[in-house]
Write a protein that binds this ligand. Structure first.
Ligand SMILES: *[C@@H]1O[C@H](CO)[C@@H](O)[C@H](O)[C@H]1NC(C)=O
Ligand SMILES: *[C@@H]1O[C@H](CO)[C@@H](O)[C@H](O)[C@H]1NC(C)=O
Ligand SMILES: *[C@@H]1O[C@H](CO)[C@@H](O)[C@H](O)[C@H]1NC(C)=O
Ligand SMILES: *[C@@H]1O[C@H](CO)[C@@H](O)[C@H](O)[C@H]1NC(C)=O
Ligand SMILES: *[C@@H]1O[C@H](CO)[C@@H](O)[C@H](O)[C@H]1NC(C)=O
Ligand SMILES: [Fe+2]
Length: 475
Protein backbone atom coordinates (compact mmCIF):
# COMPACT_ATOMS: atom_id res chain seq x y z
CA UNK A 1 0.00 0.00 0.00
CA UNK A 2 1.34 3.38 -0.91
CA UNK A 3 0.21 6.89 -0.19
CA UNK A 4 -3.22 6.31 -1.68
CA UNK A 5 -3.77 3.32 0.56
CA UNK A 6 -3.13 5.27 3.73
CA UNK A 7 -5.37 8.11 2.63
CA UNK A 8 -8.20 5.82 1.65
CA UNK A 9 -8.44 4.52 5.22
CA UNK A 10 -9.15 8.01 6.51
CA UNK A 11 -12.89 8.83 6.85
CA UNK A 12 -12.20 12.45 5.95
CA UNK A 13 -10.72 11.41 2.61
CA UNK A 14 -13.74 9.22 1.86
CA UNK A 15 -16.00 12.20 2.61
CA UNK A 16 -13.99 14.42 0.25
CA UNK A 17 -14.17 11.79 -2.45
CA UNK A 18 -17.97 11.68 -2.22
CA UNK A 19 -18.24 15.45 -2.41
CA UNK A 20 -15.94 15.48 -5.41
CA UNK A 21 -17.78 12.64 -7.13
CA UNK A 22 -21.11 14.31 -6.50
CA UNK A 23 -19.80 17.48 -8.05
CA UNK A 24 -18.49 15.71 -11.13
CA UNK A 25 -21.72 13.74 -11.64
CA UNK A 26 -23.77 16.86 -11.13
CA UNK A 27 -21.70 18.76 -13.65
CA UNK A 28 -22.17 15.99 -16.19
CA UNK A 29 -25.91 16.12 -15.76
CA UNK A 30 -26.23 19.90 -15.80
CA UNK A 31 -23.84 20.30 -18.69
CA UNK A 32 -25.41 21.02 -22.01
CA UNK A 33 -23.93 21.80 -25.33
CA UNK A 34 -24.47 24.46 -27.93
CA UNK A 35 -27.58 25.08 -29.88
CA UNK A 36 -30.18 22.61 -31.08
CA UNK A 37 -32.12 24.60 -33.63
CA UNK A 38 -35.85 24.74 -33.11
CA UNK A 39 -36.45 25.38 -36.80
CA UNK A 40 -39.59 23.58 -37.93
CA UNK A 41 -38.90 21.94 -41.24
CA UNK A 42 -41.27 20.40 -43.75
CA UNK A 43 -42.71 17.06 -42.76
CA UNK A 44 -43.55 15.68 -46.20
CA UNK A 45 -41.85 12.48 -47.22
CA UNK A 46 -38.65 12.71 -49.23
CA UNK A 47 -39.31 11.11 -52.62
CA UNK A 48 -37.14 10.55 -55.65
CA UNK A 49 -37.79 12.55 -58.78
CA UNK A 50 -39.53 10.30 -61.33
CA UNK A 51 -37.48 8.89 -64.19
CA UNK A 52 -39.13 11.25 -66.71
CA UNK A 53 -38.22 14.41 -64.72
CA UNK A 54 -36.70 17.37 -66.53
CA UNK A 55 -33.40 16.96 -64.65
CA UNK A 56 -32.93 13.45 -66.03
CA UNK A 57 -33.53 14.32 -69.68
CA UNK A 58 -31.19 12.73 -72.21
CA UNK A 59 -29.51 15.39 -74.36
CA UNK A 60 -30.67 15.45 -78.00
CA UNK A 61 -28.65 13.97 -80.87
CA UNK A 62 -27.42 10.51 -81.74
CA UNK A 63 -25.07 9.12 -79.05
CA UNK A 64 -24.88 12.56 -77.43
CA UNK A 65 -22.51 12.70 -74.44
CA UNK A 66 -24.38 12.78 -71.13
CA UNK A 67 -23.48 12.79 -67.43
CA UNK A 68 -20.59 15.14 -68.12
CA UNK A 69 -18.57 15.89 -64.99
CA UNK A 70 -15.12 17.13 -64.09
CA UNK A 71 -12.75 16.77 -61.17
CA UNK A 72 -9.21 17.88 -60.40
CA UNK A 73 -6.74 15.78 -62.40
CA UNK A 74 -3.44 16.24 -60.56
CA UNK A 75 -2.01 17.41 -57.21
CA UNK A 76 -1.92 21.15 -57.88
CA UNK A 77 -4.82 22.06 -60.17
CA UNK A 78 -3.17 22.23 -63.60
CA UNK A 79 -5.07 19.16 -64.82
CA UNK A 80 -8.74 18.25 -65.08
CA UNK A 81 -10.36 14.85 -65.56
CA UNK A 82 -13.31 15.16 -67.95
CA UNK A 83 -15.80 12.27 -67.79
CA UNK A 84 -18.92 11.53 -69.82
CA UNK A 85 -21.10 8.66 -71.01
CA UNK A 86 -22.18 7.86 -74.54
CA UNK A 87 -25.23 5.60 -74.64
CA UNK A 88 -25.24 3.92 -78.07
CA UNK A 89 -21.65 3.32 -79.06
CA UNK A 90 -18.21 4.29 -77.82
CA UNK A 91 -17.79 7.20 -80.21
CA UNK A 92 -14.88 9.59 -79.81
CA UNK A 93 -12.60 9.63 -76.76
CA UNK A 94 -11.32 13.08 -77.64
CA UNK A 95 -11.78 16.24 -75.64
CA UNK A 96 -11.19 19.47 -77.56
CA UNK A 97 -10.34 22.39 -75.31
CA UNK A 98 -9.14 25.95 -75.61
CA UNK A 99 -8.59 28.85 -73.28
CA UNK A 100 -10.82 31.88 -73.61
CA UNK A 101 -7.77 33.92 -74.63
CA UNK A 102 -6.92 31.71 -77.57
CA UNK A 103 -8.51 30.30 -80.70
CA UNK A 104 -6.19 27.30 -80.92
CA UNK A 105 -7.98 24.12 -80.03
CA UNK A 106 -6.04 21.49 -78.14
CA UNK A 107 -6.83 17.83 -78.10
CA UNK A 108 -6.62 15.20 -75.38
CA UNK A 109 -7.39 11.51 -75.73
CA UNK A 110 -9.23 9.62 -73.03
CA UNK A 111 -10.16 6.01 -72.46
CA UNK A 112 -13.50 4.27 -72.52
CA UNK A 113 -14.83 1.73 -70.02
CA UNK A 114 -17.96 -0.35 -69.61
CA UNK A 115 -19.13 -2.59 -66.80
CA UNK A 116 -21.92 -5.02 -66.01
CA UNK A 117 -23.85 -5.21 -62.76
CA UNK A 118 -26.41 -8.02 -62.41
CA UNK A 119 -28.47 -7.59 -65.60
CA UNK A 120 -27.44 -3.95 -66.20
CA UNK A 121 -24.87 -3.03 -68.82
CA UNK A 122 -23.42 0.44 -68.64
CA UNK A 123 -23.08 2.89 -71.47
CA UNK A 124 -19.60 3.86 -72.69
CA UNK A 125 -17.93 5.71 -69.84
CA UNK A 126 -15.17 8.05 -70.98
CA UNK A 127 -12.44 9.55 -68.81
CA UNK A 128 -9.92 11.97 -70.25
CA UNK A 129 -7.27 13.92 -68.33
CA UNK A 130 -6.38 17.34 -69.72
CA UNK A 131 -2.93 18.42 -68.50
CA UNK A 132 -0.65 21.46 -68.46
CA UNK A 133 -3.44 23.98 -68.12
CA UNK A 134 -2.74 27.57 -67.14
CA UNK A 135 -3.82 28.56 -63.65
CA UNK A 136 -6.74 30.92 -63.16
CA UNK A 137 -7.97 30.60 -66.73
CA UNK A 138 -11.33 29.92 -68.27
CA UNK A 139 -11.34 27.00 -70.70
CA UNK A 140 -14.02 25.79 -73.05
CA UNK A 141 -14.23 22.10 -73.84
CA UNK A 142 -16.11 19.86 -76.24
CA UNK A 143 -17.01 16.18 -76.14
CA UNK A 144 -18.86 13.93 -78.57
CA UNK A 145 -16.51 14.98 -81.36
CA UNK A 146 -17.73 14.00 -84.85
CA UNK A 147 -21.18 13.02 -83.59
CA UNK A 148 -23.34 15.09 -81.27
CA UNK A 149 -20.88 17.64 -79.96
CA UNK A 150 -21.56 19.34 -76.66
CA UNK A 151 -19.66 22.31 -75.25
CA UNK A 152 -18.98 23.23 -71.61
CA UNK A 153 -16.48 25.36 -69.70
CA UNK A 154 -14.54 25.49 -66.45
CA UNK A 155 -12.11 27.86 -64.74
CA UNK A 156 -8.82 26.51 -63.40
CA UNK A 157 -7.91 27.45 -59.82
CA UNK A 158 -5.30 30.08 -59.02
CA UNK A 159 -1.77 28.86 -58.44
CA UNK A 160 -1.21 27.39 -54.99
CA UNK A 161 -0.19 29.96 -52.44
CA UNK A 162 -0.75 30.85 -48.80
CA UNK A 163 -3.07 33.82 -49.24
CA UNK A 164 -5.02 32.74 -52.31
CA UNK A 165 -8.75 33.16 -51.67
CA UNK A 166 -10.96 30.30 -52.77
CA UNK A 167 -14.59 29.33 -52.22
CA UNK A 168 -15.54 25.68 -51.72
CA UNK A 169 -19.07 24.35 -51.67
CA UNK A 170 -19.97 21.43 -49.42
CA UNK A 171 -22.57 18.84 -50.29
CA UNK A 172 -23.14 15.34 -48.96
CA UNK A 173 -25.50 12.38 -49.30
CA UNK A 174 -27.23 14.07 -52.22
CA UNK A 175 -29.31 11.37 -53.90
CA UNK A 176 -31.92 12.36 -56.47
CA UNK A 177 -35.09 13.39 -54.67
CA UNK A 178 -36.97 16.66 -55.05
CA UNK A 179 -35.04 17.80 -51.97
CA UNK A 180 -31.73 16.91 -53.68
CA UNK A 181 -32.76 19.18 -56.53
CA UNK A 182 -33.54 21.92 -54.04
CA UNK A 183 -30.10 21.53 -52.40
CA UNK A 184 -28.30 21.72 -55.74
CA UNK A 185 -30.36 24.73 -56.79
CA UNK A 186 -29.59 26.50 -53.51
CA UNK A 187 -25.89 25.81 -53.99
CA UNK A 188 -25.96 27.11 -57.57
CA UNK A 189 -27.90 30.25 -56.68
CA UNK A 190 -25.98 31.03 -53.50
CA UNK A 191 -24.55 34.49 -54.17
CA UNK A 192 -21.24 33.41 -52.58
CA UNK A 193 -20.59 31.34 -55.74
CA UNK A 194 -18.74 28.17 -54.84
CA UNK A 195 -15.87 27.39 -57.23
CA UNK A 196 -15.53 23.66 -56.50
CA UNK A 197 -17.62 21.16 -54.57
CA UNK A 198 -16.20 19.06 -51.77
CA UNK A 199 -18.54 16.09 -51.85
CA UNK A 200 -18.51 13.97 -48.71
CA UNK A 201 -19.90 10.72 -50.13
CA UNK A 202 -23.17 8.88 -50.93
CA UNK A 203 -23.88 9.96 -54.47
CA UNK A 204 -26.81 8.38 -56.30
CA UNK A 205 -28.44 5.99 -53.80
CA UNK A 206 -29.02 3.62 -56.74
CA UNK A 207 -28.43 0.77 -54.30
CA UNK A 208 -31.78 1.49 -52.65
CA UNK A 209 -33.48 0.21 -55.81
CA UNK A 210 -34.09 -3.47 -56.66
CA UNK A 211 -30.82 -5.06 -57.84
CA UNK A 212 -29.16 -1.67 -57.18
CA UNK A 213 -30.76 -0.53 -60.42
CA UNK A 214 -27.80 1.16 -62.06
CA UNK A 215 -30.10 3.16 -64.30
CA UNK A 216 -30.30 5.40 -61.22
CA UNK A 217 -26.54 5.97 -61.47
CA UNK A 218 -27.18 7.29 -64.98
CA UNK A 219 -30.05 9.53 -63.93
CA UNK A 220 -27.88 10.91 -61.12
CA UNK A 221 -25.07 11.68 -63.55
CA UNK A 222 -27.51 13.62 -65.73
CA UNK A 223 -28.96 15.42 -62.72
CA UNK A 224 -25.65 16.82 -61.42
CA UNK A 225 -24.23 17.65 -64.86
CA UNK A 226 -25.58 21.18 -64.67
CA UNK A 227 -23.01 21.87 -61.93
CA UNK A 228 -20.39 19.11 -62.21
CA UNK A 229 -19.65 19.77 -65.90
CA UNK A 230 -18.63 23.35 -65.05
CA UNK A 231 -16.76 23.04 -61.76
CA UNK A 232 -14.85 20.16 -60.20
CA UNK A 233 -16.56 17.98 -57.66
CA UNK A 234 -14.02 16.40 -55.33
CA UNK A 235 -15.23 12.90 -54.55
CA UNK A 236 -15.34 10.92 -51.31
CA UNK A 237 -16.69 7.35 -51.26
CA UNK A 238 -19.62 6.65 -48.93
CA UNK A 239 -21.38 3.44 -47.96
CA UNK A 240 -23.82 3.81 -50.86
CA UNK A 241 -20.84 3.52 -53.20
CA UNK A 242 -19.92 0.06 -51.84
CA UNK A 243 -22.58 -1.63 -53.98
CA UNK A 244 -21.46 -4.95 -52.60
CA UNK A 245 -24.24 -7.37 -53.30
CA UNK A 246 -22.99 -10.94 -53.22
CA UNK A 247 -26.50 -12.35 -53.58
CA UNK A 248 -26.55 -11.09 -57.14
CA UNK A 249 -23.04 -12.17 -57.96
CA UNK A 250 -21.11 -8.93 -57.34
CA UNK A 251 -18.03 -9.92 -55.38
CA UNK A 252 -16.01 -6.76 -55.84
CA UNK A 253 -17.22 -3.62 -54.05
CA UNK A 254 -17.35 -0.06 -55.44
CA UNK A 255 -17.81 -1.24 -59.05
CA UNK A 256 -20.23 1.42 -60.39
CA UNK A 257 -18.52 4.21 -58.43
CA UNK A 258 -14.96 3.44 -59.55
CA UNK A 259 -16.02 3.05 -63.17
CA UNK A 260 -17.93 6.32 -63.22
CA UNK A 261 -16.00 8.66 -60.94
CA UNK A 262 -12.26 8.85 -61.40
CA UNK A 263 -10.02 10.75 -58.98
CA UNK A 264 -6.31 11.70 -59.24
CA UNK A 265 -5.18 9.32 -56.48
CA UNK A 266 -1.87 8.36 -58.08
CA UNK A 267 -0.75 12.00 -58.04
CA UNK A 268 -0.67 11.80 -54.23
CA UNK A 269 1.07 8.39 -54.18
CA UNK A 270 -2.07 6.59 -53.11
CA UNK A 271 -2.62 3.02 -54.24
CA UNK A 272 -6.43 3.21 -54.31
CA UNK A 273 -8.97 5.82 -55.42
CA UNK A 274 -10.66 5.80 -52.01
CA UNK A 275 -8.02 7.85 -50.20
CA UNK A 276 -5.96 10.63 -51.78
CA UNK A 277 -5.14 14.30 -51.54
CA UNK A 278 -5.17 17.40 -53.69
CA UNK A 279 -3.96 20.94 -53.24
CA UNK A 280 -6.16 23.70 -54.51
CA UNK A 281 -5.46 27.43 -54.04
CA UNK A 282 -4.55 27.73 -50.33
CA UNK A 283 -5.98 24.38 -49.23
CA UNK A 284 -4.54 20.92 -48.84
CA UNK A 285 -7.46 18.51 -48.97
CA UNK A 286 -7.15 14.95 -47.70
CA UNK A 287 -9.89 12.50 -48.66
CA UNK A 288 -10.20 9.44 -46.42
CA UNK A 289 -12.09 6.18 -46.88
CA UNK A 290 -14.49 5.18 -44.11
CA UNK A 291 -15.14 1.88 -45.91
CA UNK A 292 -11.61 0.75 -46.71
CA UNK A 293 -9.31 -0.74 -44.11
CA UNK A 294 -7.70 1.94 -41.93
CA UNK A 295 -6.10 -0.07 -39.14
CA UNK A 296 -2.40 -0.04 -38.43
CA UNK A 297 -0.21 -1.26 -41.33
CA UNK A 298 -3.05 -1.05 -43.86
CA UNK A 299 -2.31 0.84 -47.10
CA UNK A 300 -4.56 3.71 -46.05
CA UNK A 301 -2.85 4.01 -42.65
CA UNK A 302 0.62 3.99 -44.18
CA UNK A 303 -0.41 6.51 -46.82
CA UNK A 304 -1.88 8.94 -44.27
CA UNK A 305 1.15 8.55 -42.02
CA UNK A 306 3.35 9.70 -44.93
CA UNK A 307 0.90 12.27 -46.25
CA UNK A 308 0.47 14.41 -43.13
CA UNK A 309 4.15 15.41 -42.78
CA UNK A 310 4.10 16.48 -46.45
CA UNK A 311 1.48 19.15 -45.81
CA UNK A 312 3.30 22.48 -46.10
CA UNK A 313 1.31 25.13 -44.28
CA UNK A 314 3.49 27.87 -45.78
CA UNK A 315 2.20 26.82 -49.16
CA UNK A 316 -1.32 25.60 -48.27
CA UNK A 317 -2.28 26.97 -44.83
CA UNK A 318 -5.68 25.27 -44.79
CA UNK A 319 -5.72 21.58 -43.97
CA UNK A 320 -9.13 20.11 -44.73
CA UNK A 321 -10.13 16.46 -44.33
CA UNK A 322 -13.11 14.81 -46.01
CA UNK A 323 -14.57 11.48 -44.95
CA UNK A 324 -17.98 9.91 -45.05
CA UNK A 325 -18.70 8.59 -41.56
CA UNK A 326 -18.43 11.35 -38.91
CA UNK A 327 -16.32 10.99 -35.75
CA UNK A 328 -18.35 13.47 -33.70
CA UNK A 329 -22.04 12.96 -34.26
CA UNK A 330 -24.74 13.44 -31.62
CA UNK A 331 -27.67 12.12 -33.63
CA UNK A 332 -29.20 8.72 -32.91
CA UNK A 333 -28.28 7.65 -36.42
CA UNK A 334 -24.97 5.98 -37.22
CA UNK A 335 -24.07 6.82 -33.63
CA UNK A 336 -20.40 5.99 -32.98
CA UNK A 337 -19.92 4.34 -36.39
CA UNK A 338 -16.88 6.55 -36.97
CA UNK A 339 -15.41 5.62 -33.59
CA UNK A 340 -12.85 3.03 -34.64
CA UNK A 341 -11.37 5.32 -37.29
CA UNK A 342 -11.34 8.19 -34.80
CA UNK A 343 -9.34 6.08 -32.39
CA UNK A 344 -6.79 5.33 -35.11
CA UNK A 345 -6.29 8.79 -36.61
CA UNK A 346 -7.45 11.49 -34.20
CA UNK A 347 -4.03 11.91 -32.50
CA UNK A 348 -2.57 12.75 -35.93
CA UNK A 349 -5.29 15.31 -36.65
CA UNK A 350 -4.41 17.08 -33.40
CA UNK A 351 -0.66 16.78 -33.96
CA UNK A 352 -0.90 18.21 -37.48
CA UNK A 353 -3.52 20.81 -36.55
CA UNK A 354 -6.19 19.93 -39.09
CA UNK A 355 -8.46 22.97 -39.52
CA UNK A 356 -11.72 21.25 -40.31
CA UNK A 357 -13.14 17.79 -40.98
CA UNK A 358 -16.22 17.47 -43.17
CA UNK A 359 -18.26 14.27 -43.10
CA UNK A 360 -21.69 13.12 -44.28
CA UNK A 361 -23.62 9.90 -43.64
CA UNK A 362 -25.97 11.35 -41.03
CA UNK A 363 -28.78 13.09 -42.91
CA UNK A 364 -28.72 16.26 -40.90
CA UNK A 365 -26.38 19.10 -40.01
CA UNK A 366 -24.02 19.46 -37.05
CA UNK A 367 -20.97 21.61 -36.19
CA UNK A 368 -18.70 20.78 -33.27
CA UNK A 369 -16.49 22.84 -31.02
CA UNK A 370 -12.75 22.27 -31.32
CA UNK A 371 -12.43 19.08 -29.29
CA UNK A 372 -10.21 16.06 -29.02
CA UNK A 373 -10.50 12.77 -27.23
CA UNK A 374 -7.02 11.33 -27.33
CA UNK A 375 -6.04 10.91 -23.67
CA UNK A 376 -7.68 7.55 -23.05
CA UNK A 377 -5.33 4.60 -22.55
CA UNK A 378 -7.77 1.83 -21.52
CA UNK A 379 -7.14 2.23 -17.77
CA UNK A 380 -7.13 5.97 -17.04
CA UNK A 381 -10.82 6.65 -17.66
CA UNK A 382 -10.05 9.82 -19.63
CA UNK A 383 -12.48 9.11 -22.43
CA UNK A 384 -14.44 12.37 -22.62
CA UNK A 385 -13.93 14.92 -25.41
CA UNK A 386 -12.11 17.98 -24.12
CA UNK A 387 -11.72 21.45 -25.53
CA UNK A 388 -8.55 21.50 -27.66
CA UNK A 389 -7.35 24.44 -29.74
CA UNK A 390 -5.11 22.12 -31.79
CA UNK A 391 -8.13 20.10 -32.84
CA UNK A 392 -10.29 20.50 -35.93
CA UNK A 393 -13.92 21.58 -36.04
CA UNK A 394 -16.02 18.59 -37.11
CA UNK A 395 -18.89 19.30 -39.47
CA UNK A 396 -21.54 16.80 -40.52
CA UNK A 397 -23.12 17.88 -43.78
CA UNK A 398 -24.96 14.71 -44.86
CA UNK A 399 -28.10 16.72 -45.49
CA UNK A 400 -28.13 16.77 -49.29
CA UNK A 401 -31.69 15.46 -49.42
CA UNK A 402 -31.67 11.80 -50.49
CA UNK A 403 -34.76 9.58 -50.42
CA UNK A 404 -33.94 8.10 -47.00
CA UNK A 405 -35.14 11.35 -45.42
CA UNK A 406 -33.91 13.43 -42.50
CA UNK A 407 -32.24 12.16 -39.34
CA UNK A 408 -34.35 13.89 -36.70
CA UNK A 409 -33.66 11.84 -33.57
CA UNK A 410 -30.89 13.47 -31.51
CA UNK A 411 -29.14 12.32 -28.36
CA UNK A 412 -30.26 14.33 -25.32
CA UNK A 413 -29.00 16.43 -23.76
CA UNK A 414 -26.92 17.91 -26.56
CA UNK A 415 -23.32 16.96 -25.74
CA UNK A 416 -21.11 19.89 -24.87
CA UNK A 417 -18.81 19.27 -27.86
CA UNK A 418 -21.75 19.94 -30.20
CA UNK A 419 -21.99 23.64 -31.06
CA UNK A 420 -24.96 23.61 -33.42
CA UNK A 421 -27.23 20.93 -34.80
CA UNK A 422 -30.32 20.93 -36.94
CA UNK A 423 -32.18 18.33 -38.96
CA UNK A 424 -32.75 20.22 -42.22
CA UNK A 425 -31.57 19.68 -45.77
CA UNK A 426 -28.97 22.12 -47.08
CA UNK A 427 -25.41 22.82 -48.19
CA UNK A 428 -22.48 24.86 -46.90
CA UNK A 429 -19.77 27.21 -48.15
CA UNK A 430 -16.16 27.33 -46.93
CA UNK A 431 -14.80 30.66 -48.11
CA UNK A 432 -11.05 31.05 -47.61
CA UNK A 433 -10.04 34.71 -47.37
CA UNK A 434 -6.31 34.43 -46.65
CA UNK A 435 -3.94 32.34 -44.53
CA UNK A 436 -5.60 33.32 -41.26
CA UNK A 437 -9.33 33.61 -41.96
CA UNK A 438 -12.03 31.54 -43.64
CA UNK A 439 -15.73 32.27 -43.46
CA UNK A 440 -18.01 29.28 -43.24
CA UNK A 441 -21.78 29.15 -43.47
CA UNK A 442 -24.55 26.61 -43.77
CA UNK A 443 -27.76 27.14 -45.72
CA UNK A 444 -31.02 25.30 -45.22
CA UNK A 445 -33.22 24.66 -48.26
CA UNK A 446 -36.28 26.30 -46.73
CA UNK A 447 -34.61 29.71 -46.75
CA UNK A 448 -33.85 32.15 -49.55
CA UNK A 449 -30.53 31.57 -51.29
CA UNK A 450 -28.39 34.09 -49.37
CA UNK A 451 -29.74 33.24 -45.90
CA UNK A 452 -27.18 31.75 -43.49
CA UNK A 453 -28.66 29.40 -40.92
CA UNK A 454 -25.31 28.78 -39.20
CA UNK A 455 -22.03 30.60 -39.70
CA UNK A 456 -18.56 30.56 -38.25
CA UNK A 457 -15.25 32.41 -38.73
CA UNK A 458 -12.46 29.85 -38.93
CA UNK A 459 -9.11 31.00 -37.63
CA UNK A 460 -6.34 28.97 -39.19
CA UNK A 461 -4.80 26.49 -36.75
CA UNK A 462 -1.25 27.05 -38.00
CA UNK A 463 -1.14 30.81 -38.66
CA UNK A 464 -3.70 32.24 -36.30
CA UNK A 465 -4.30 29.78 -33.51
CA UNK A 466 -6.55 31.80 -31.28
CA UNK A 467 -9.74 30.52 -29.74
CA UNK A 468 -12.51 30.72 -32.35
CA UNK A 469 -15.29 29.06 -30.34
CA UNK A 470 -18.69 30.62 -30.80
CA UNK A 471 -20.45 29.21 -27.78
CA UNK A 472 -19.44 29.37 -24.14
CA UNK A 473 -18.16 25.89 -23.73
CA UNK A 474 -18.46 23.92 -20.50
CA UNK A 475 -15.64 21.60 -21.55
C1 LIG B 1 -33.31 -6.82 -64.69
O1 LIG B 1 -34.05 -7.69 -63.89
C2 LIG B 1 -35.20 -7.11 -63.27
C3 LIG B 1 -35.91 -8.13 -62.41
O2 LIG B 1 -35.10 -9.16 -62.02
C4 LIG B 1 -36.16 -6.59 -64.35
O3 LIG B 1 -37.24 -5.91 -63.72
C5 LIG B 1 -35.42 -5.61 -65.23
O4 LIG B 1 -36.25 -5.18 -66.30
C6 LIG B 1 -34.16 -6.24 -65.80
N1 LIG B 1 -33.39 -5.23 -66.53
C7 LIG B 1 -32.81 -5.49 -67.68
C8 LIG B 1 -32.02 -4.38 -68.27
O5 LIG B 1 -32.89 -6.57 -68.23
C1 LIG C 1 -35.06 20.99 -60.39
O1 LIG C 1 -34.59 22.29 -60.16
C2 LIG C 1 -34.46 23.07 -61.33
C3 LIG C 1 -33.80 24.39 -60.95
O2 LIG C 1 -34.48 24.97 -59.88
C4 LIG C 1 -35.83 23.24 -61.97
O3 LIG C 1 -35.70 23.97 -63.17
C5 LIG C 1 -36.40 21.88 -62.27
O4 LIG C 1 -37.71 22.02 -62.80
C6 LIG C 1 -36.45 21.03 -61.02
N1 LIG C 1 -36.89 19.71 -61.35
C7 LIG C 1 -37.64 18.95 -60.53
C8 LIG C 1 -38.03 17.61 -61.04
O5 LIG C 1 -37.96 19.32 -59.43
C1 LIG D 1 7.10 24.93 -48.04
O1 LIG D 1 6.65 25.88 -48.97
C2 LIG D 1 7.46 27.06 -48.99
C3 LIG D 1 6.74 28.08 -49.87
O2 LIG D 1 6.49 27.53 -51.13
C4 LIG D 1 8.86 26.72 -49.45
O3 LIG D 1 9.67 27.87 -49.43
C5 LIG D 1 9.45 25.67 -48.52
O4 LIG D 1 10.69 25.23 -48.99
C6 LIG D 1 8.51 24.47 -48.40
N1 LIG D 1 8.99 23.59 -47.37
C7 LIG D 1 9.28 22.32 -47.60
C8 LIG D 1 9.75 21.54 -46.42
O5 LIG D 1 9.14 21.81 -48.69
C1 LIG E 1 -34.59 7.86 -30.79
O1 LIG E 1 -33.48 6.99 -30.70
C2 LIG E 1 -33.42 6.30 -29.44
C3 LIG E 1 -32.11 5.54 -29.40
O2 LIG E 1 -31.93 4.76 -30.54
C4 LIG E 1 -34.64 5.39 -29.30
O3 LIG E 1 -34.60 4.73 -28.07
C5 LIG E 1 -35.90 6.24 -29.41
O4 LIG E 1 -37.02 5.41 -29.40
C6 LIG E 1 -35.88 7.08 -30.68
N1 LIG E 1 -37.01 8.00 -30.67
C7 LIG E 1 -37.83 8.12 -31.68
C8 LIG E 1 -38.93 9.14 -31.52
O5 LIG E 1 -37.74 7.45 -32.69
C1 LIG F 1 -7.45 38.15 -43.67
O1 LIG F 1 -8.85 38.18 -43.87
C2 LIG F 1 -9.56 38.75 -42.78
C3 LIG F 1 -11.04 38.60 -43.09
O2 LIG F 1 -11.36 39.11 -44.34
C4 LIG F 1 -9.16 40.19 -42.60
O3 LIG F 1 -9.85 40.74 -41.49
C5 LIG F 1 -7.67 40.23 -42.35
O4 LIG F 1 -7.24 41.59 -42.25
C6 LIG F 1 -6.93 39.55 -43.49
N1 LIG F 1 -5.51 39.49 -43.17
C7 LIG F 1 -4.61 40.05 -43.94
C8 LIG F 1 -3.19 39.93 -43.51
O5 LIG F 1 -4.92 40.63 -44.98
FE1 LIG G 1 -23.90 7.14 -45.74
Amino acid sequence: MGILGSYSSSPFWVFCLFVLLGFVLNAAVLCDGGKTSSFVRKIEKTVDMPIDSDVFQVPPGFNAPQQVHITQGDQVGKAVIVSWVTPNEAGSNTVLYWSENSKDKNKAEGKVYTYKFYNYTSGYIHHCTIRNLEFNTKYYYEVGIGQSERQFWFTTPPEIGPDVPYTFGLIGDLGQSFDSNSTLTHYELNPQKGQAVLFVGDLSYADNYPNHDNVRWDTWGRFIERSAAYQPWIWTAGNHEIDYAPEIGEKKPFKPYTHRYHVPYRASDSSEPFWYSIKRASAHIIVLASYSAYGKYTPQYKWLEQELPKVNRSETPWLIVLMHSPWYNSYNYHYMEGESMRVMYEPWFVQYKVDVVFAGHVHAYERSERVSNVAYNIVNGMCKPVSDQNAPVYITIGDGGNLEGLATNMTEPQPDYSAYREASFGHAIFDIKNRTHAYYNWHRNQDGYPVEADSFWFFNRYWHQIDDSTTTSHL
